[in-house]
Every structure is written in structure tokens, then in C-alpha cells.
Design a protein around this ligand. Structure first.
Ligand code: NAP
Ligand code: G4F
Length: 337
């Protein structure tokens, strides 16, 4: 059996990656969880409860800010593959909490790399780092492996630090370490405060009469949005290559937030212009105007290609959130059901 350790298992990508690996009969999946005052494991509850995967799914308490906890877990599990997905991943919040973000995203990766380097003296261990297209920042599109980075947020700077540390561990210590520079990827499990999910949840609640308005910041920003399920497959494919390398994963097309709004509201026969209002609190001190990937090298080498297109992604999210809104409305009408 192969043992995989995932940091960020309670997040969007961690939950999809755990499912993807557990679908393979030869994987045992270990996830890092941090203590919270209430349970925040709704994305992985179905895995924990699944009888078939019960013996192949294990959670361990640790934190990217705590080197000793990381080292203890890595030494206990001795994983074959480590996927470092844990992060304070919200760009705007990184302006409010720059030092915490740098600690978790930047130094957290370094702490995990150190634990991995120690283990690599005993056995082959493969490391995946969740790098981000946010590192390209204001670099002109399309952005690919040759594009110089120009980060525009504390989050992006921290990710860039982690990115270069990962490459340096590969060069300095011969670690099998890959970076995946992933463009935005979404799903019905996307955090509610990221713009796509905020839009699909709000559109559905407006449709059901549960909400009147949707307040947003810069809707002219443009992103290269794909489906998270497709992107976690690419992470695994990177670690199955004969040599470690850096990869870009993207749809290679870009859409504005305004376009996303138009399509999502349109799917519910609503005109977004009647409901959307501007709130300056969602603006960022420095914005990334346009992200548009060039994943041609990755597609050639890995043979990766996405299965869900942009419209399919919006539809999947709208349908999911419409069902949630219908249930919310039903629960309000029939509280004793
Ligand atoms: P997410 O939904 O925000 O999940 C983040 C995960 O990190 C959660 O499981 C969270 O745990 C965990 N975490 C936060 N701080 C931690 C700490 N100090 N120690 C240990 N774990 C911690 O993020 P995602 O969208 O799945 O993204 C996965 C990774 O890819 C992140 O590193 C993100 O920065 C990166 N990335 C994402 C995208 C994208 O478009 N989604 C694109 C490029 C790169 P709790 O549940 O306990 O908070
Ligand atoms: O959905 P967002 O918050 O995603 P952002 O900033 O692109 O970051 C995401 O993708 C990165 C990859 O490039 C990841 F590394 C990162 O972890 C995260 O997953 O915002 C998208 C765009 C921005 O331009 C933002 O200014 O939408 C704009 N926006 C407009 N109104 C808003 C809002 N964003 C949010 N979150 N909330 C708004 O009300």
C-alpha cells in the first residue's frame, strides 16, 4: 500500500484529493487536521463515515505553524507522498493577516519540507507543493512556466517563498519535490467567501426569496477558472512522473467576474444587474486584474486535460446551491420536519 499525507484535507482540494486517492485500491490516506472549537469537517465527513474506506483513512492533529507536530506525524506515518495543500488561502484576508499568512503559507511549507527532508534520508518520499497563479500577479497574460512572477498580495508573496523553497529543496537535497502552479479552481465545495461560490449561493438564495442583494467588489477582474476535481488529478499525475518538476494547471481561458455573474444568474432566469451592488470593503489594496494560464507544457508532458468546461462548472455550482437554497426555504417553512 502507498501512504499519502495531505495537509489541508478539510479544504476544498484536500477533500477531492482524498476521494481521488481512496478510489485507487492501493492508497492509505492520512490527513492533517487542526483543533477547532467546533467541527469543521463537513467536506470529509462522508469519507470518515464510509465503511469501505474506513481502514484506509486516518486523521492526525498537527498544524503548519508547529514544526514539532509536523515532524512527529511525518515520522509516524512515513508517507510515500506528501501533498501540501494547507494554507490561509484567502487573498483579501491576507492583507488583514499578513504575518499569519506568511507563517502558515511560507514558513509552514518550509517546516514541512524539513520534516520531509529528514524522512527522505530513510526512503523515497515525493512532495507536492500547492503553488498559485496568484504569484503571477500583474505579469501580462497568458501566464506560463516562463512568465516572471510579480506577486500582488501578502498571500502571493508567501506562496512565492514556499514555491522557491520547494524548488531549492529539490536542487539542494535531491528531494522528489514538485510544484503545481494552479490557476483558480472551484466546485460546490468552494469556500463561501470566494467570489464564484459567493455568487452561486447568492443567486440561488435570491431565486428562492431568501436574500435581496449581493454585495461585491471589483467585478471587472478576470480569472482562469476550472473544476477542482480535475485539478487534484493533475497533482497526483505530477508525482507519478519519473522526475520531479514544475507544472502549470489551467483552462487556458479567462472570464470576468461580471461574465460569471451573468451566466450564473441567467441559469436561474435572473438578471444580475437588478441584484448586485458594489461594496468597497471587498476591494483589495492591490488587485490582480487578469489571470489567463498557459498549461501547454503540462498537458503535453502529463497528458492531463480537464473534463469540466467553464459553463459546466458554473452549472454544477448553481445546481448544487439551488438545491441548498430550496432545502433552506423548506426548513424555514416546516421547522418541525
Ligand atoms: P481551502 O479550501 O481554503 O483549504 C485550506 C486548508 O488549509 C483547510 O483544510 C485548512 O484547515 C488548512 N489550513 C489552514 N491553515 C492551516 C494551518 N495553520 N495548519 C494546517 N492546515 C491549515 O483551500 P483550497 O482551495 O482547497 O486550496 C488548497 C491549496 O491550494 C491551498 O494551499 C491554496 O492556497 C492553494 N491554491 C488554491 C487555488 C484555488 O483556486 N482553489 C489555486 C491555487 C492554489 P481548516 O479547515 O482547519 O481551516
Ligand atoms: O474568488 P477570489 O477571492 O479568488 P482569488 O483572489 O483569485 O484567489 C483564489 O485563487 C488563487 C489562484 O489564483 C488561489 F491561490 C487563492 O488561494 C484563491 O483560491 O477573487 C477572485 C476575483 C478577485 O479579483 C476579487 O477582487 O474576484 C474579485 N471579487 C470581486 N468581488 C471578489 C469579490 N472576491 C471575493 N472573494 N469577494 C468579493 O465580494
Amino acid at each position: 500500500m502507498k501512504h499519502a499525507l495531505i495537509t489541508g484535507i478539510t479544504g476544498q482540494d484536500g477533500s477531492y484529493l482524498a476521494e481521488f486517492l481512496l478510489d485507487k485500491p492501493d492508497y492509505v490516506v492520512h490527513g492533517l487536521v487542526r483543533r477547532a472549537s467546533s467541527f469543521n469537517r463537513k467536506r470529509i465527513d462522508h469519507i470518515t463515515a464510509g465503511a469501505q474506506t474506513h481502514d484506509r483513512f486516518h486523521l492526525h492533529y498537527a498544524d503548519l505553524s508547529d514544526a514539532s507536530s509536523l515532524s512527529t506525524v511525518v515520522q509516524k506515518i512515513k508517507p510515500d507522498e506528501i501533498y501540501n495543500l494547507g494554507a490561509q488561502s484567502h487573498v483579501r484576508i491576507s492583507f488583514d493577516q499578513p504575518i499569519y499568512t506568511a507563517d502558515t503559507v511560507g514558513l509552514g511549507t518550509l517546516r514541512l519540507l524539513e520534516a520531509t527532508r529528514n524522512l527522505s534520508q530513510e526512503k523515497l518520499v515525493k512532495f507536492y507543493q500547492a503553488s498559485s497563479s496568484e504569484m503571477f500577479g500583474s505579469a501580462p497574460p497568458p501566464q506560463g512556466l516562463e512568465t516572471p512572477f510579480h506577486p500582488r498580495s501578502p498571500y502571493a508573496c508567501a506562496k512565492l517563498y514556499a514555491h522557491w523553497q520547494t524548488i531549492n529543496y529539490r536542487e539542494a537535497y535531491n528531494l522528489f519535490a514538485c510544484t503545481g502552479i494552479l490557476f483558480n479552481h472551484e466546485s460546490p465545495r468552494r469556500g463561501e467567501s470566494f467570489v464564484t461560490r459567493k455568487i452561486t449561493l447568492s443567486a440561488a438564495r435570491i431565486k428562492e426569496g431568501l436574500q435581496d442583494k449581493l454585495y461585491l467588489g471589483n467585478i471587472e477582474a478576470s480569472r482562469d477558472w476550472g473544476f477542482a476535481g480535475d485539478y487534484v488529478r493533475a497533482m497526483w499525475m505530477m508525482l507519478q512522473q519519473p522526475k520531479p518538476d514544475d507544472y502549470v494547471i489551467a483552462m487556458d481561458e479567462t472570464h470576468t467576474v461580471r461574465e460569471f455573474l451573468d451566466i450564473a444568474f441567467g441559469m436561474l432566469d435572473l438578471d444580475y444587474k437588478k441584484y448586485v451592488e458594489f461594496d468597497p470593503k471587498y476591494m483589495r489594496p492591490s488587485e490582480v486584474d487578469i489571470l489567463h494560464g498557459d498549461s501547454s507544457k503540462t498537458r503535453r508532458i502529463l497528458g492531463w486535460k480537464p473534463e469540466v468546461d467553464f459553463k459546466g462548472l458554473v452549472k454544477m455550482m448553481v445546481e448544487h446551491d439551488h438545491e441548498l437554497a430550496r432545502r433552506e426555504k423548506h426548513a424555514l417553512a416546516f421547522p418541525n420536519d
